[in-house]
Design a protein around this ligand. Sequence first.
Ligand SMILES: NC(=O)c1ccc[n+]([C@@H]2O[C@H](COP(=O)([O-])OP(=O)(O)OC[C@H]3O[C@@H](n4cnc5c(N)ncnc54)[C@H](O)[C@@H]3O)[C@@H](O)[C@H]2O)c1
Length: 340
Amino acid sequence: MSGLDGKQTSSSAAIAANNISKAVVVGGGLMGAGLVVIIARAGCHVYMVDINEAMLERGMQRVRENLDMLVSLGKLPKEEVEPILARVKATTSASQAADGVQFVMEAVSENLPLKQAIFEEWDRLTPPTTILATNSTGFSVGDVAQKTRHPERVVGSHFFTPHLIVPLVEIGYGLATTDEVVETTVAFWRRCGKDTVVCRKNQPGFLVNRLQAALAREAMSLLANGAASAVDIEKATRMGLGLRLPLWGMLEQRDWSGLDVHCAGMASVYPTLETSKVPLPVLAERVARGQIGVKAGKGFFDWTGKDVEAIRQKKQWQLLQLIDTVEHLMADMEELEEAE
Ligand SMILES: NC(=O)c1ccc[n+]([C@@H]2O[C@H](COP(=O)([O-])OP(=O)(O)OC[C@H]3O[C@@H](n4cnc5c(N)ncnc54)[C@H](O)[C@@H]3O)[C@@H](O)[C@H]2O)c1
């Protein structure tokens, strides 16, 4: 049987997505607490695992806050909150949580040796049919799975904050991941109400973060070169580029404007684009000074004295309204699939 990449699927059958009834989320931080809610909403029992009782308590508090937020946004009926909570347990004991688990979702801090140790542990604690997924932003699935005996069941599942609201999750192959594991993971997240894209290569950043990194590097370069103010770069990104993206992505846009036009026009633009292999000084120097963004009060913009929580909440509402429209616009993706 051949699968998503035309590769042969493995004979070590992964469980069907509909039969996944017990999952574990390792790490109850910002991402983990949301993932617990996303999975428990689909009817699965979920164990949240974290390093100590204080982190677990904080994680469970986040789970309740997430549920309240969904209710207040009108995205979850209030009467579903208690049944969801009844499916969630928390423990510091990985071996206790491992009993009978079919899907493990890792969401610990972005630290490669830590992630490798977690996967080594869960590879040991679970049978080879259990799927082990990583939410890593920057490390490849292959790197994360390096110390496992069964790397064929390690897969990427990369979410985007606010992940309870953003509909997309990227599924990524490692060096040995089978098509069957990817297909089950895709089906599982769809069962959890998410839309999916698959990155067929074992590469850091999957698809979205690679596209985003290229754009962010160019934006920072434009700022450093004095080509425009930070506000104008924001405006250009949002109103010039971003506004059209839900209707025409990077490839379809080229079809409509003409590949010949792009080919001719970019011959003079491509050689001038930023290609630095390391973070530009405009970024690294801010980080060294502790100017790391909203949480520090300063990044590319000055946030001191601003009610950032109110701004965050307002943007979350606006995002929700946008998503309702964008989901409607995405209906033409089926036509595009036919045209591929
Ligand atoms: N925050 C985002 O916007 C975002 C988006 C996409 C992906 N990610 C990725 O998701 C992962 C988690 O990010 P986050 O923002 O939730 O981090 P976080 O710091 O909020 O949470 C990490 C959690 O992992 C726990 N942890 C650490 N070591 C552990 C261990 N040995 N066993 C169990 N738990 C342990 C910590 O106690 C903490 O609760 C990272 O890999 C990150 O890159 C984050």
